[in-house]
Write a protein that binds this ligand. Structure first.
Ligand SMILES: [Zn+2]
Length: 73
């Protein structure tokens, strides 16, 4: 069995002044998905960043959900 575990994103937290919203994974992998929003030249631009324990994860589109403890699911 090589089932790939999906993140379980928690409630979205909005940060309107920072133009972003955050959702943290509830599986305990420590990853936070950050959706950023900027307006540039009248166009809205959205992108997604992944952060783990205060550090941005570069070069990875969607990091795997690897929690320290495997929750019984
Ligand atoms: Zn996860």
């Amino acid at each position: 069995m090589t089932a790939r575990k999906n993140h379980r994103w928690g409630d979205k937290q909005e940060f309107p002044l920072a133009h972003k919203s955050e959702r943290s994974c509830l599986n305990g992998c420590g990853i936070t998905k950050v959706t950023r929003h900027e307006t540039e030249g009248g166009r809205d631009i959205y992108w997604t960043e992944f952060w783990r324990r205060g550090e941005r994860m570069h070069g990875i589109r969607t990091p795997l959900c690897e929690s320290a403890e495997a929750p019984a699911a």
